[in-house]
Structure formats: C-alpha cells, structure tokens
Design a binder for this molecule. Structure first.
Ligand code: OOG
Ligand code: NI
Length: 413
C-alpha cells in the first residue's frame, strides 16, 4: 500500500471529533445552537480584532472541541488510552477532583495531542475521569464490592475495536479505506445507550452520588459534553442567556481583564432530561429520564509557567479576583514574558503558547453545576493511594507533565 493511501492519526482525530460532534448535535438540541452562536461570535471577533488569531487560527478555533467521559475502573481507563492512542491522543496531567471545595469522587486526566504541529492541525482533547472507588470516604466496603462486580461484567468497547486501535497506533495511521468504519465504531462507543437501565441499581447509586450513578449505573460510557471554543466568552454568555438558555451563574476560571487572557475560562448549561427505559426488579420496563448530557463553552488564553500559576492560584483565593488582578499580573504580554509568568514561543511576546489543559476547580464546578446534589461522604480515611504515578502505573503509560510540554513549545520557537 502506498503511503498516500494511509490516513495519519491527526486525520483520524479530525474525523473522530467531527463524528462525535455530528452524533451529539443529532441528540442534544442545545448543542447545535451553542456551536452556531460560538461560530458567529468568533467571526465577529476576528473582524474587529486584527490580532485575534494570535491564540490560534480562526479555522483551528472554530473546529476546536473538547469532550468529557467518565469510566469506572483502571482497566476501563486503560482501554480508553488504547483507543485514543489511535488518534494521537495521550494522557496529560492529573486532576484530583476529590480535593475540590465540593469534592467529586473521581480522579482524572486529559487525552490530547502534545506536539505543536499536531495541536495546530486538530487539538481535540477529552477530559477523562475515573470513579474513585477505592476511596472509603465515598464508598463503604459493601457498596464498593457491588460496584466492582457490576463494572467487571460490563464491556465498554468491543475488543476488536481496541485491537484495531492498537494496530493503528503502532503503524502510525490507518489505510484510507478503513478509516471511516474505524472512526464510526469509535464514535458509536460514546453515544448514550438506549438499553434499559436497571432501575433499583441506578436509584440506589443516585442516592449516594449522581456521579457514581452516571458512571456505574449504566452499561456503557458516553460523551457527557462537547465544548466548542469561543474567542469572546462574555459575549457568548450574553447571547445564550438572551436566547433563554439558563447558563450557570458564572464564567469559571480567571476574570475578564484588559490584560492578556490566561489559562481557561468556561461556562456551562444543564441539558434537558432525556427519555430512557428502566427495567424494574420484576422484569417490567418503564419510561423514565436521565439528565446526564450538558453543554459547555470555553475561551483559552496563554499557558502560565509554574510561577504564573502560583500567582493565579493566589489571585483566585482572594474574595474578588477581578478587583485585585492587576496586583498579581502585569497588563502586557511583554511584561508577562519578562517576569517569566507565561510561555511565549521563542520568548517572543507576540507568540503566546495556548493553554491546552484544564483547571481542577473549574472542572469540579462543571461537574457540580450539572448535578442535583453533592456526593455524601463519611469520616473514613482515604487509603486509595490515588496519584498521578498510581494512575500512570494503572494504565501502563507515561502521563505527560503539562509544564514540560509548554516548555518544549516555548523553546521550539
Ligand atoms: C468533566 C468536567 C470537567 C472541564 O471542561 O473542566 C471538564 C465531566 O463532567 O465529566 O470537562
Ligand atoms: Ni469540559
């Protein structure tokens, strides 16, 4: 087979992101509205701001999405890693959402491309959370054992799909004629299943934690949101609200300022309840609803160095970050670069390195804003041992350090 007949991982990733977007758009009506308004806002923003493309070309930004999925076990997370490997997406960063002010019983990583040229071609990323089942503060022994039994019996992905993904990752691409079928099977694995849900099991888990019910109450996983990127998130928030879509109270992450946009600002809205069938203990099937898919949008800024991130965390710990922002951050990219607070390619303040990752506080906020209540916890000790090293060992892969990746982008110039 000639090299020209092979599709590279980035081409598969582009089709995967587009396929998920089409699937999600067909099932979650608010999503196409969100994409349409995001595209409008981006178009208008580019017209008015000559330097709008410094944080990514209009084409990249308008096609850009991130998704989120949740899985139950290390083995399921390892399977996700194998599947995403075919799309050139590798695990980056470790987020412990149990440590948030309102804890969520998951530990997470993000699968994404890491090389600058790969990001420029298509930066699709998936925030991937694993249920923190070993943490006794959330799961007592009896429940943990029953959840484990349930999870051990289900299969999120067809083994043949994972086997194909492994071959594609090893070969660095896929024969063109096989690409659509492969991508189609991968997309289908993330649809919200129509299989009847075991009612008493789902209800029992829901009483303990909505996250546990969403992850371990169903027999499959699903994309729970797909997030377009927007160049002016405040304007998008106004337009969505004007259309009668109830957004969460705030935009999460850094406040709007006149200086350089840093890190990541996000906001979300709750999706509608979706009809699904539930199977009762007597075998009868009843109609019900699940409310597990929602909408989110984000704006990305420059990546901060560790020093910049410490400043950010300190500013965010104050009562009113917007009011004190200029005590923590200078107002120009030149000063940001000179003070070593943010990454710029070749150190040139006209060339910011875009933040490609997530923020734990925002992530926990996004989770919570879409739940009816918090997880109940008890006074037990956390003996789980979860950490980035634990996760890397559990999935048998290196988990990239985001700072090392940003440094490499800075010096690659
Ligand atoms: C993931 C929430 C985190 C983000 O953008 O911070 C996230 C989830 O709800 O599963 O997607
Ligand atoms: Ni998200």
């Amino acid at each position: 087979m000639s090299a020209a007949k092979k599709l590279a991982p980035w081409q598969l990733r582009e089709r995967f992101a587009a396929g998920l977007s089409a699937m999600y758009g067909g099932e979650v009506p608010a999503y196409p509205t969100l994409v349409q308004i995001s595209t409008e806002v981006n178009g208008e923003y580019v017209q008015r701001h000559p330097d709008a493309e410094r944080l990514g070309s209009f084409d990249r930004v308008t096609a850009e999405r991130h998704g989120a999925i949740r899985v139950g076990t290390p083995a399921e997370l390892a399977a996700v890693a194998e599947l995403f490997g075919a799309f050139g997406m590798v695990p980056v960063g470790y987020y412990d959402l149990r440590e948030a002010t309102s804890p969520v019983p998951v530990v997470s990583t993000a699968f994404r491309p890491v090389a600058a040229d790969e990001l420029a071609r298509n930066p699709f990323r998936v925030f991937t959370s694993m249920l923190a089942l070993r943490d006794a503060r959330f799961f007592e022994a009896d429940l943990r054992a029953r959840v484990q039994t349930f999870l051990a019996r289900r299969q999120l992905f067809d083994p043949a799909l994972i086997a194909d993904a492994r071959v594609i990752a090893a070969d660095g691409g896929c024969p063109a004629g096989e690409a659509d079928a492969f991508v189609g099977r991968a997309v289908a694995a993330f649809a919200l299943s129509r299989d009847p849900i075991d009612k008493s099991w789902y209800d029992e888990l829901s009483r303990i934690s909505a996250v546990a019910a969403d992850i371990a109450g169903l027999s499959s996983t699903h994309i729970n949101h797909l997030t377009p990127r927007v160049l002016d998130i405040d304007e998008l928030y106004r337009r969505m609200t004007a259309r009668g879509i109830a957004m969460i109270d705030a935009i999460q992450g850094p406040p709007r300022t006149d200086g350089p946009a840093v890190l990541l600002r996000q906001t979300s809205f709750r999706a509608l309840a979706e009809p699904r069938q539930f199977r009762c203990d007597d075998g009868s099937v009843v109609e019900g609803t699940v409310r597990v898919r929602f909408g989110e949008v984000e704006a990305r800024g420059v990546a901060l160095t560790r020093k910049g991130r410490e400043r950010y965390d300190a500013a965010m710990a104050t009562d009113d970050p917007a009011a004190v922002w200029d005590e923590y951050f200078p107002s120009t990219d030149a000063e940001m670069a000179a003070q070593g607070l943010a990454y710029y390619r070749g150190g040139d303040p006209a060339k910011p390195v875009v933040y490609e990752d997530f923020l734990p506080t925002s992530a926990a906020g996004i989770f919570r804003s879409n739940l009816d209540r918090d997880a109940s916890t008890c006074d037990a000790d956390d003996n789980s041992g979860y950490s980035m090293d634990w996760m890397a060992g559990a999935i048998g892969r290196h988990i990239h350090d985001p700072y090392a990746l940003y440094e490499a982008q800075e010096t690659a110039a």
